[in-house]
Design a binder for this molecule. Structure first.
Ligand SMILES: *Cc1c(COP(=O)(O)O)cnc(C)c1O
Length: 410
C-alpha cells in the first residue's frame, strides 16, 4: 500500500471503531437468534441426509423450513434449491397470491430490473398477461409517499409490495422501522391488504426482519445473505401459513405443494450457511462501512455514508464517469480469488435495460454475498458494491481499486 493511502486507511479504521462495534453487536444478536432456532428444532447430523426423486418425507428439508420460519418471525417458510434465484422466489409469491383483476401496488418505486418482465412482460406469461394490474409509487424524500399510496388504493388492490434494498435505483433503502410504521398504518386502512417484502440483501443486517414487524410474505435469494456464502443455489419465501400454502402451488404445482422437492446434496450447506450468515453479513457490512468512509475521504459521493444506519449490504459509490465505474468493477474482479486474470466488460444482460458491468470473482456463480461490484452504464455512473466473505478481502480490493482510480486519466 502506498504511504499516503496507508495513513488514510489507518485514520479511517480508527474512525470506524464504534460503527463496527455496532455491526458486531447486531451480528451477535442474530447469531444467538439463529443458534436458538437450531437448538429448538434439535438439529442433528441425520438432518443433513438428502432425499432423491420426489423428496417425500425429507425431514431435513422440513426442519430447515421451520428454522427459517423461527428466525424470520414467520408462521412458515420454504427454503429450496428448486427456487433458482431471488427473482424466481419473488415471482412465486406474486403468482401464488395474485389472480386476474387483482392489483399489485409497488410502493418503493420502480421494481428491481429483473422483475419488469415478471410484472409487465408481453406474451411471456407475466402478471400483466394474466390480467393482474400493477402500479408503482415512488418514494418521497426516501420515505413512503403515504398520500399517494392511500390515493392509489382501490377495491382491487390485493397486495402491497415493498423492495427493502435499493437495487439499481438511486433511492435509499427502506429500513425495518420504516416498514413497521407503514404496515401499521396500512393495516388500519385495510386489514386485508397483503404486504409483501422483497428482502434481498436485507437478511441479518438489522435485528428484525420484515416478517417480525407484520409483513405477510417475504422472499430472498440463498446466494445472497442467508446462504452465508456456502449455499450453491436456491431461494426462500417466508410468511403467513395460509399464503405459503397458496405459494406452494406455484413453487411446484397446484395439488402437489411443498411436500416434494429432493434436496440431493444441498442440505448441509443450507444449514451451515444459515448458521454462518449473520457473521458473514457482518463481514460484508464492515467492508461496506470501510468503502464508504474511504471513498468519501477522496471526495466521492457515497450512499449510505459510513455513519448512517444500514438495512442492506449494498454500498453505492458515484463515479460520474463511465470509465471510472468500469475500472472500479474491473479492479474488484482483479482482486478476487477466482477469475482475477479475466477482465470484465460491459454487456447487455437479460432482465436489465441498460448495459451492465459486473465485476466479481466468486466461488459460486453470481453469488453477491461474495464480494462483487456492478453498475448500469447510465449517469451518474454509480457502482453497487456488496458482499465479501471477509472484511480483510473487501478492504484490500477497494484500496487497490481506489488506487487505480486515483491514478486514472483519459
Ligand atoms: C438480487 C435482487 C433481486 C433478484 O435476485 P436474483 O437472484 O438476481 O434474481 C431482487 N430484488 C433485489 C432488491 C435484489 O437485490
Amino acid at each position: 500500500m502506498e504511504g499516503m493511502l496507508e495513513e488514510v486507511v489507518n485514520i479511517i479504521e480508527k474512525k470506524l471503531i464504534l460503527r463496527r462495534q455496532a455491526v458486531n453487536e447486531i451480528s451477535a444478536y442474530n447469531v444467538e437468534k439463529t443458534l436458538q432456532a437450531f437448538r429448538k428444532e434439535q438439529v442433528s447430523d441425520t438432518h443433513f441426509l438428502n432425499s432423491t426423486g420426489y423428496g417425500y418425507d425429507d425431514y431435513g428439508r422440513d426442519t430447515l423450513d421451520r428454522i427459517y420460519a423461527r428466525i424470520f418471525g414467520a408462521e412458515a417458510a420454504y427454503v429450496r434449491s428448486q427456487i433458482v434465484s431471488g427473482t424466481h422466489a419473488i415471482a412465486i409469491c406474486l403468482f401464488g397470491i395474485l389472480r386476474p383483476s387483482d392489483e399489485l401496488l409497488y410502493i418503493t418505486g420502480d421494481p428491481y430490473d429483473t422483475l419488469h418482465e415478471v410484472i409487465y412482460g408481453t406474451n411471456n406469461g407475466s402478471l400483466q398477461t394474466i390480467g393482474v394490474h400493477c402500479r408503482s409509487i415512488a418514494l418521497l424524500n426516501d420515505e413512503f409517499d403515504l398520500q399517494a399510496i392511500e390515493k392509489a388504493l382501490t377495491k382491487q388492490t390485493k397486495m402491497i409490495a415493498i423492495q427493502r434494498s435499493c437495487g439499481y435505483a438511486e433511492r435509499r433503502s427502506i429500513n425495518i422501522a420504516q416498514i413497521a410504521q407503514l404496515i401499521t398504518h396500512l393495516k388500519k386502512i385495510n386489514s386485508q391488504l397483503i404486504i409483501f417484502v422483497d428482502n434481498c440483501y436485507g437478511e441479518f443486517v438489522e435485528k428484525q426482519e420484515p416478517t417480525d414487524v407484520g409483513a405477510d410474505l417475504i422472499a430472498g435469494s440463498l446466494i445472497k445473505n442467508p446462504g452465508g456464502g456456502l449455499v450453491k443455489t436456491g431461494g426462500y419465501i417466508a410468511g403467513r401459513a395460509d399464503l405459503l400454502t397458496l405459494c406452494a402451488g406455484r413453487l411446484t404445482a397446484p395439488g402437489i405443494g411443498a411436500h416434494v422437492g429432493a434436496t440431493l446434496g444441498n442440505l448441509v450447506d443450507m444449514y451451515q450457511g444459515l448458521f454462518m450468515a449473520p457473521h458473514i453479513v457482518a463481514e460484508a457490512l464492515q467492508g461496506a462501512l470501510f468503502t464508504a468512509a474511504l471513498f468519501a475521504h477522496f471526495g466521492f459521493n457515497v450512499a449510505p455514508s459510513w455513519d448512517e444506519q444500514r438495512t442492506d449490504i449494498v454500498q453505492k459509490i458515484v463515479f460520474k464517469h463511465k470509465k471510472k465505474l468500469i475500472k472500479f468493477c474491473q479492479m474488484i474482479q482483479a482482486w478476487s480469488p477466482v477469475n482475477a486474470h479475466v477482465t470484465p466488460f460491459p454487456a447487455i444482460i437479460p432482465g436489465y435495460e441498460d448495459e451492465v458491468i459486473m465485476g466479481a470473482g466468486t466461488f459460486i456463480q453470481g453469488a453477491s454475498i461474495e464480494l462483487s461490484a456492478d453498475g448500469c452504464l447510465r449517469p451518474p455512473y454509480t457502482a453497487f458494491l456488496q458482499g465479501g466473505l471477509s472484511y480483510e478481502h473487501v478492504k484490500l480490493a477497494v484500496v487497490k481499486a481506489l488506487t487505480a482510480i486515483l491514478n486514472y486519466s483519459d
